[in-house]
Ligand binder design. Structure first.
Ligand code: NAP
Ligand code: ZN
Length: 346
């Protein structure tokens, strides 16, 4: 079936309204009308070839919220009219050890990305900057009624990407947790870590987001542009979640970990970062990474956010404003997630 979308025809080229081909609804598929799509910094890394050459035309978007309009004959999980979310994955092998544990993001046979991938139907995958999407029922998450669709969309990537490591490394009462970078991922990290009961600090470049950081639940707020910040924070945190899209001076950040503390990298800069061995040896520190989250944990995160009244703080834009929004994300000038009103893609 032909579907309207906004696509980038080549690396760094402006978006154009176009038509892409998706498969027809199969027995286990659902078709949704996309109501909102978040803009993740990963869309930009991909569309500017910062992670290597992408496949064009590129229709990004893996923070998708919509309403089901058709279901295949064997679909049992969803019904027409259901509010669903699609994140970064649209398929995986489902039989490997990791898939069996609900860790589809680490599928040993390669999960299928929502865009810039090839689906099991042999077609290129196209993401949420689009009017409609066909997806296997198992990769459509239920969006609880308590969440608005547009503010829920960013949870499908930004939310789960910070929820998963906060959960795994047990952000909880008595733990000192720092969130580095308060953009799309970071502002979700502050809210979720606080709801898990941890004492939360924001480490931002400037003081410009301080009031918001405290409103999201941070008890402490630090600006790295101020002299002495790194020194002041030595041996301070149990867990640091680094959401920054650029490289950081790792020596300074690792020195902030107290005994047995862990710094988790979720930010994905294109350039490598240097980690001196001595920065890890002191205080028996760990440096780890984490990638999005599996399907069961993503549903758990959506339910957790609904229960705690947490959602993304968004700036809604029309599809004709995507290029401008991308530039503003790169300039750290977004409060705190752009969401495209995909109902305007007509
Ligand atoms: P974003 O909205 O642009 O937020 C990144 C934040 O990092 C900015 O708001 C800014 O916060 C800070 N920052 C930017 N440039 C910086 C610099 N040069 N030095 C220090 N701080 C800087 O991006 P996002 O959508 O949250 O994504 C963040 C990163 O996570 C991207 O690299 C993205 O690809 C990656 N990501 C990874 C996963 C995963 O599965 N691991 C999933 C999604 C995204 P302040 O203004 O507060 O300083
Ligand atoms: Zn993302």
């Amino acid at each position: 079936m032909d579907v309207l979308a906004y696509a980038s025809p080549a690396a760094k080229a402006p978006f154009e309204r176009t038509t892409v081909q998706r498969r027809d609804v199969g027995p286990r598929d659902v078709l949704l009308d996309i109501k909102a799509a978040g803009i993740c910094h990963s869309d930009i890394h991909t569309g500017r070839d910062e992670w290597g050459p992408a496949t064009y035309p590129l229709v990004p978007g893996h923070e998708i919220a919509g309403i089901i309009t058709e279901v295949g004959s064997e679909v049992t999980r969803h019904r027409v009219g259901d509010r669903v979310g699609i994140g970064c994955l649209v398929d995986s092998c489902r039989t490997c050890e990791h898939c069996e544990r609900g860790l589809e993001q680490y599928c040993l046979n390669g999960a299928v990305g929502t865009y810039n991938s090839t689906g099991k139907d042999g077609l290129p995958t196209y993401g949420g900057y689009s009017a409609q999407l066909v997806v296997d029922q198992d990769f459509a998450l239920t969006i609880p009624d308590a969440l608005e669709l547009d503010a829920a969309a960013p949870l499908l990537c930004a939310g789960i990407t910070v929820y998963s490591p906060l959960n795994h490394w047990q952000a909880s009462p008595g733990k000192q947790v720092a969130i580095v970078g308060m953009g799309g991922l970071g502002h979700m990290g502050v809210q979720i870590a606080r709801a898990m009961g941890a004492e939360v600090s924001v480490i931002s470049q400037t003081r410009s987001k301080e009031e918001d950081g405290r409103r999201f639940g941070a008890e402490h707020y630090y600006a790295t542009s101020e002299d002495g910040t790194y020194k002041r924070l030595r041996n301070r945190f149990d867990l640091i979640i680094n959401t920054v899209s650029a490289t950081l001076p790792m020596r300074s950040y690792l020195s902030m970990l107290r005994l047995d503390g862990t710094m988790v990298n979720v930010g994905a800069p294109s350039e490598p970062m240097e980690v001196p061995a001595f920065s890890l040896m002191g205080n028996r520190r760990s440096w780890a990474g984490s990638s999005i989250g599996g399907i069961p944990e993503t549903q758990e995160m959506l339910d957790f956010c609904a229960l705690h009244g947490i959602a993304a703080v968004i700036e809604k834009i029309g599809p004709d404003q995507i290029d401008e929004a991308w530039d503003r994300v790169v300039a750290s000038d977004v409060r705190y997630r752009f969401v495209i009103d995909t109902t305007q893609i007509t």
